[in-house]
Design a protein around this ligand. Structure first.
Ligand SMILES: Cc1cc2nc3c(=O)[nH]c(=O)nc-3n(C[C@H](O)[C@H](O)[C@H](O)COP(=O)(O)OP(=O)(O)OC[C@H]3O[C@@H](n4cnc5c(N)ncnc54)[C@H](O)[C@@H]3O)c2cc1C
Length: 334
């Protein structure tokens, strides 16, 4: 789909530049939105935040993104998506958004170093890992506490690590850590895993993996680095200490929506409420990916939503340019 918007080039040079489309976030959703908006000749500006490539870039290999039968590295996929979007005119700023004003158009987007105006906004700010919120967690982050096995697993060669969680991420990451660590102990607050059956079978048959069931970490202990964790059995109340060199925490994610609170409609868990067309309650603001999706949370689904959001954003702008096209903004349903 190629749409040319005549008004795009008609911004007076003397006025402050108003972007056509700003994409907040550069994960699979943002990079795909950027590609589609760029192919519509909208010259989108992508504000990447601190994680170019998003969560996908944290993983060693992605084996379920279509078109890569041998899998693709997270960073490699991120590079390819960025290059693809840049080829058609997407621009990237390595800056994070701290504030937005969606009360009137053009919207204002304020980063740590600059303020932008945009006709349309695509929000793809994704999600961030949940924390245990126990003493020692903050203090030892980067000193034995990690939220990314791919990034930090190498540092735990022949060392003992603990993995917290029982879902797909925890088990996938735990299995990845067995490549480096001498032992991986999975601490889970329940007596059975939530991960899929295939993953469960894999992890249970791995000789490096042990389980501590029905237990939670109450404190992370150490001097300069992590040395142990305090545990409490949630059934018996029994307290114990377990020696470990590292703690990898995979207990879910929360959407990065704090800056949109009070402006975009959010559900009770903070995810942006959207419809099938990626529209929000604010005409001209679209969302895509994990920031609006607590269910699928995959690279391919996020990328698909990013494409859909950019197509809708393009139609919205086009309807403003060409009165004969039904006004997209009138169709806002949320
Ligand atoms: C370890 C790990 C392994 C995974 N493995 C797979 C896999 O094998 N297959 C699969 O399909 N999925 C996998 N996933 C899930 C997949 O990575 C996510 O579903 C996907 O990355 C979500 O894409 P997204 O673009 O919606 O958000 P994210 O990837 O979360 O990207 C969010 C983007 O928003 C930016 N951002 C956030 N706040 C701001 C701000 N204030 N200003 C500007 N930018 C901001 C961030 O910098 C980032 O660029 C994995 C996830 C993890 C963590």
């Amino acid at each position: 789909m190629e749409l040319k918007l005549s008004g795009v080039s008609s911004q007076k040079e003397s006025q402050e530049k108003i972007e056509n489309v700003i994409v907040i976030g550069a994960g699979p959703a943002g990079l795909s939105a950027a590609l589609y908006a760029a192919r519509a000749e909208l010259e989108p500006l992508v504000l990447t935040g601190t994680e170019l490539g998003g969560q996908a870039s944290l993983t060693n290999i992605i084996e379920n993104y279509p078109g890569f039968p041998d899998g693709v590295g997270g960073n490699e996929l991120s590079d390819l998506l960025q290059k693809h979007a840049e080829k058609f005119g997407a621009r990237f700023e390595y800056d994070a958004v701290e504030r937005v004003d969606l009360s009137h158009r053009p919207f204002t987007v304020k980063t740590y170093s600059k303020e932008y105006q945009t006709r349309v906004l695509i929000v793809t700010s994704g999600a961030s890992p949940n924390h245990l919120d126990v003493p020692g967690e903050k203090e030892f982050t980067g000193k034995g506490v990690s939220y990314c096995a791919t990034c930090d697993g190498w540092f735990f060669k022949d060392k003992k690590v603990v993995v917290v969680g029982g879902g797909d991420s925890a088990i996938e990451e735990g299995l990845f850590l067995t490549r480096f660590a001498s032992s991986v102990t999975i601490v889970h607050r329940r007596h059975e895993l939530r991960a899929g059956v295939i993953l469960q079978n894999r992890v249970k048959s791995n000789s490096k993996v042990n389980f501590i069931w029905d237990s939670v970490i109450t404190e992370i202990l150490g001097d300069k680095h992590v040395e142990a964790v305090s545990l409490r059995n949630v059934k018996s109340g029994e307290e114990s200490t377990f020696q470990t060199d590292g703690v990898f925490i995979f207990i879910g994610h929360k959407p990065n929506t704090a800056i949109f609170k009070g402006q975009l409609n959010l559900d009770q868990n903070g995810y942006v409420i959207t419809d099938m067309s990626m529209r929000t309650n604010v005409p001209g603001v679209y969302v895509a990916g994990e920031v609006a999706d607590p269910t699928f949370r995959q690279v391919v689904t996020s990328a698909g939503m990013g494409a859909a959001a950019a197509i809708q954003a393009t139609r919205f702008l086009e309807s403003e340019e060409s009165p004969e096209i039904p006004e997209e903004k009138e169709k806002q349903r949320i």
